[in-house]
Structure formats: structure tokens, C-alpha cells
Ligand binder design. Structure first.
Ligand code: KIV
Length: 282
């Protein structure tokens, strides 16, 4: 087994092997070299340069205004700040929707800047087709289902997704289509615990990473500012302040990594509970 060392950036193969062996992955969304270094020292497995920088760094109300150049800038900062964690970057709103070729152009810039995988939101047929186009051209892709903030104007609010039977079945079908198209990682955001557990059990060859999706996924992701309690309230219920009672950011992020590894995060009160649906479209 290849064990990532300080000088070896973790590969997708490393992460998928960990998952196959029953390990849990800790991922943080962050945007600069200092946080990247702290996360690395804390033992984080993967770092996402997410379009959540719209809110946390740029002070916007939604992620819709983030441009590809902003993701590229922050990705370069993060890549310089850490050497070991696996690096993912978001395809921001407006960079991939017009055509698969546009998505490839954006993705190739992210890979050139150091990303090892790009994340794309949604599961509509055209997104699935775009994922296939990217994967066929050697771009590793992470899907993102459930609450997809780039669709906020359509969703009408930041709330749990997949509670209604039809919604849950659509989500399961979209996850399967994305896997068939070649994603190797899937972020599930704000979905009922049983739906996330069902997908984690049934999807093959994919690392399922939850945020507000209960404890059963292969890993957890939090925005680093949230994990340190820096984000002003109201905070989503899936956020835990790991700095509380510790007073040291490095130790706090280490607490996050350990809590994910031992399965003590999230607890019942930090997720959205079961959907109550018997048939999740298995
Ligand atoms: O942009 C982001 O930070 C994300 C995570 C919350 C998953 O997409």
C-alpha cells in the first residue's frame, strides 16, 4: 500500500483505497496557503477550493458571482500552502454550462493550476453528458448532489433536499447516472441520513463525502471557517465549532480529522435525520 508522506501528494487511488479499507476521509474547503498548511498539519486528506469562497472571502450572498479566475487564484495559493492533501477545485457557475467543450476548457485550466479533480454541481442529463465528456478526456470528476448552491435561484433556499419520494428517487437516479459517466467522488449536501447511507452502500467505485448528510458516508467535508466557528450565525445545523474549548486552530482542525476518522462527527443532532421513505429506488 502506498502511504502518502509529507512529500507525496495523495492521489485519487490513495483515497479510494482508504475507503475500500473502511477508512473515513476528512476534507476541508479552504482558500489560502495558511489554512492549507494548517489543514495539512492536522492530517486532512483532501482540500477543496470551493466556490463557497463567494461568501467566505468575497462577501457575496450566493456562489453565483464567482469567476473561474477567482478559483484559479485561490487554487494557486492553496497548492503552494500544502504538499500532501488531495486537491479539488470547483467548476464555478458560468464556466461549464454552455457546452462540454467549455467545461473542458475550464477544467483543463484548473488541472494546470494544480487541481487533481474538478467538482461539478447537479445531476441533470446535460451535466451527466458533460461529466462523460470530461472523464473521457482524462479529467477526474467529483459530482455534487442534494443542495447545490449554484441552483439557489431555482431551489429558493438553502434547505434539505431529497425528503419527498419523487425528489429522493431523482437524486438516486442522478447519482447512478453520474457514476456511470465516470465520477470517482460524490459530495452529498443536505440530504436525509438514510438517503446518503443508501447511496454510500450502493454506489461502486466512488468515495461519497457528506456535508449535512449524516454519519454513514465515506467522508465528511466542512468549510474550514465553519469548522473553526468563524462564520457568523445563523449556522447550518451540520456545522460544529471544533475550536470551541481548544483555542488553537491547528488542534481544532486535528479534532475535526479525528472526529471524522472515528465516526463521531456528525452526531444525530448535526444532520437532517431519516427521510422516512421505505423505497429509495434501490
Ligand atoms: O464550495 C464549497 O465549499 C463546497 C463544499 C461546501 C462542499 O462545495
Amino acid at each position: 500500500m502506498s502511504v502518502p508522506t509529507r512529500d507525496h501528494r495523495a492521489t485519487l487511488g490513495d483515497l479510494l483505497r482508504r475507503v475500500r479499507q473502511g477508512g473515513r476521509l476528512a476534507m476541508l474547503a479552504l482558500y489560502d496557503a495558511t489554512f492549507a498548511h494548517l489543514a495539512e498539519e492536522a492530517g486532512v486528506d483532501a482540500v477543496l477550493v470551493g466556490d463557497s469562497l463567494a461568501q467566505t472571502v468575497q462577501g457575496r450572498e450566493s456562489t453565483l458571482g464567482v469567476e473561474l479566475d477567482a478559483i484559479l487564484y485561490h487554487l494557486a495559493c492553496v497548492a503552494r500552502g500544502c504538499r500532501r492533501p488531495f486537491l479539488l477545485a470547483d467548476l464555478p457557475f458560468g464556466s461549464f454550462e454552455s457546452s462540454p467543450a467549455a467545461a473542458f476548457a475550464a477544467a483543463s485550466r484548473l488541472l494546470a493550476a494544480g487541481a487533481q479533480m474538478v467538482k461539478i454541481e447537479g445531476g441533470a442529463p446535460w451535466v451527466v453528458e458533460t461529466v462523460r465528456f470530461l472523464v473521457e478526456r482524462h479529467v477526474p470528476v467529483c459530482g455534487h448532489l442534494g443542495l447545490t448552491p449554484q441552483a439557489i435561484l431555482e431551489l429558493g433556499g438553502y434547505r434539505v433536499q431529497g425528503r419527498a419520494p419523487e425528489e429522493a428517487r431523482r437524486l438516486v437516479a442522478a447519482a447512478r447516472d453520474l457514476v456511470a459517466a465516470g465520477i470517482r467522488m460524490l459530495v452529498l449536501e443536505c440530504v436525509p441520513d438514510d438517503l446518503a447511507a443508501h447511496l454510500t452502500r450502493s454506489l461502486e467505485g466512488v468515495a461519497v463525502i457528506g456535508i449535512g448528510a449524516g454519519p454513514a458516508t465515506h467522508g465528511q467535508v466542512l468549510v474550514a471557517y465553519d469548522a473553526l466557528g468563524l462564520t457568523p450565525p445563523p449556522r447550518p445545523r451540520f456545522v460544529r465549532d471544533f475550536l470551541e474549548g481548544v483555542g488553537d486552530a491547528r488542534l481544532a482542525l486535528g479534532r475535526f480529522v479525528r472526529a471524522v476518522a472515528e465516526g463521531s462527527f456528525p452526531t444525530v443532532g448535526e444532520s437532517y435525520g431519516p427521510s422516512g421513505l421505505d423505497d429509495l429506488g434501490a
